[in-house]
Each structure stands twice: as C-alpha cells, then as structure tokens.
Design a protein around this ligand. Structure first.
Ligand code: SF4
Ligand code: SF4
Length: 111
C-alpha cells in the first residue's frame, strides 16, 4: 500500500494483478474503439503467453494507463466518463492525490 502525503511520488506498478483489476476494459471512453476491443479480445491469451507473474507489453494491454501511460489506441472518446474512481487500483494507490488523477489513457500515467 502506498503512503499518503503530498510529497510522496505515486507509482502504480505494472503487474498482472493490476491489469486484472483495472476497470478500463469496461469504460465508456474505450467502448467505441475498434482497436481497444481487439486488445480486450486478445488480452486473456496475451496474459497466458506472458507466463506466470509476467505482464504483456503495455501496447497490448487496453488498460492500466495509470501505470503504463497513454493508450496506444488513438480512437478513444474522452467526452465519455472515466470510471477510474470505481477501480480498486485507484483507491489502493490513492490516485486522488496523483497528477493526473483520471483519464490516464489520454493524460498519461499517474505521478
Ligand atoms: S485507476 Fe484507471 S487506469 Fe488505473 S488500473 Fe484503475 S481503471 Fe485502470
Ligand atoms: S483511464 Fe479512465 S478514461 Fe481512460 S479508459 Fe481507463 S477508466 Fe476510462
């Protein structure tokens, strides 16, 4: 668990556990993206072929942008609502204190 505090740098680890708990695959911002839907379809296989405890390359994962940075897919709709606040990863790493604190797919990773 990360510590609370204004001078603590937020770093969300890029781990299989955080990929699995990420809500991005269910987010309306990504719902209309053909590129993302393809990534979601392939994700289970990508996770499996990465092997135990390892994560696929970020450009193959349609989520955990708070950790990996902006989305590789360019057809997202930022006018829809970000659901990061409903995510356990968001709560666990106190991302309300991060910059940016939402829309990581567009704004880059949490710091
Ligand atoms: S906070 Fe947002 S980007 Fe980070 S894991 Fe959760 S849903 Fe994904
Ligand atoms: S970072 Fe937020 S806006 Fe972007 S896909 Fe994830 S939940 Fe949706």
């Amino acid at each position: 668990m990360s510590e609370m505090g204004t001078d603590v740098k937020v770093v969300v680890p890029y781990t299989p556990s955080n990929i699995e708990r990420c809500m991005c695959p269910q987010c309306p911002v990504q719902a209309g993206s053909v590129c993302v839907q393809e990534g979601i379809g392939n994700l289970k296989n990508e996770m499996k072929s990465s092997g135990e405890g390892a994560a696929p390359e970020p450009q193959k994962v349609p989520g955990v942008y708070c950790s990996a940075g902006s989305a590789a897919c360019r057809d997202l709709n930022p006018n829809k609502e970000c659901i990061c606040k409903t995510c356990v990863v968001w709560g666990e790493y106190c991302l309300q204190n991060a910059t940016p604190m939402m829309y990581f797919c567009n704004n880059g990773k949490a710091t």
